[in-house]
Design a protein around this ligand. Sequence first.
Ligand SMILES: [Zn+2]
Length: 392
Amino acid sequence: MAKKRSGARREAERAIRKNPKLFVILLVIFLIVAVVFGVAVWYLHTHEEPENPGGGSPGVGDIVTDELAIYFIDVGNKYTGDSIYIRCGTTDILIDAGSQQASAKAVGDFVESHSEDKMLDYVIATHADQDHIAGFVGTAAEKGIFERFKVKTVIDFPRTNKDLKTASGNDTLYGKYVAARDAEVEGGAVHYTALDCWKEEKGAKRSYALNEEGTVTMNVLYNYYYENKAADENNYSVCLLFSQGETHYLFTGDLEEKGEEYLVQNNPLPHVKLFKAGHHGSPTSSTEALLRVIQPEYVCVCCCAGSTEYTDTPANTFPSQAMIDRIAPYTKNIFVTALSDESKSSGYAPFNGTITVLSDGTNFSIAGSNNSTVLKETAWFAANRVWPRDGK
Ligand SMILES: [Zn+2]
């Protein structure tokens, strides 16, 4: 073999000596091959698809733009409540601060770590129930949201059936909320009710542009119960539609069946990309009259799944079987923040955890901080709920 190879080399040397141009041609061919190979390696390296973007399906890693970010905050305790933080560029919005006064820390820390300027441009309190306003008040040990952050504009509910004082003359939680809100107003915040917004009175507006281009807007919808007495506090909820071009996101607080019916009658509602399940996934909200119109693609439920805080009837605990039955024909993309877990001393575990939605209007992603499994594929669902046969 060695003899053969050295023989071949001699042959090649002889050929090159005979024809020196051959050496130049071979060198050029070698260089071309090397350059093409190098470019190919670089291209493959820089255009490689990540194996599992975002670690879940669908995942945060799917898109690079986060023009609009919506976070359904897992407040980290066994009590159901709403708290949704929304960021559009440098505009920060907080819808509600549930579930308990002690949740002020979790909600406040979340805002602190996600807001660029540590300032809330808009705070929306949907209605006067504890699981929506408690965190605005806080505790002796934990500053409430109003005390902790500078707020520019507060938009809240025009009506409530609650009193400011208890029979013994102490402030109720609602009374404390009003005091904390008014202190914020003293400090320079502007305060409107949702009815002021709807009527565009006192400088309030129905629609607020959230970015300079005006491509993302927060729109205050009309709720009949802004102006009329409701037997159920939930029906006083402030209702909001966020729009990003043709992509829409609907938030109705704890609006109940009758409120949803009036909402559909009074507002030209579009199909929505995402709907925050009405009243934590209660059997009495997210009714067919509303769903038929909005046809949601994604549904986020802020609740502690399976908790008996509000009912002992297993099918009616949040997220209720009745709500699932009604949502199922439209989408299987249901996500839930927290889970009741009796094996833990806290009685709580994250379900999907804090749910993060990112969208640039075209590309959309949703992922949970704990996992991104849709409700119907979870162990909790298998043990506690059924998926209707006509579901997606
Ligand atoms: Zn509630």
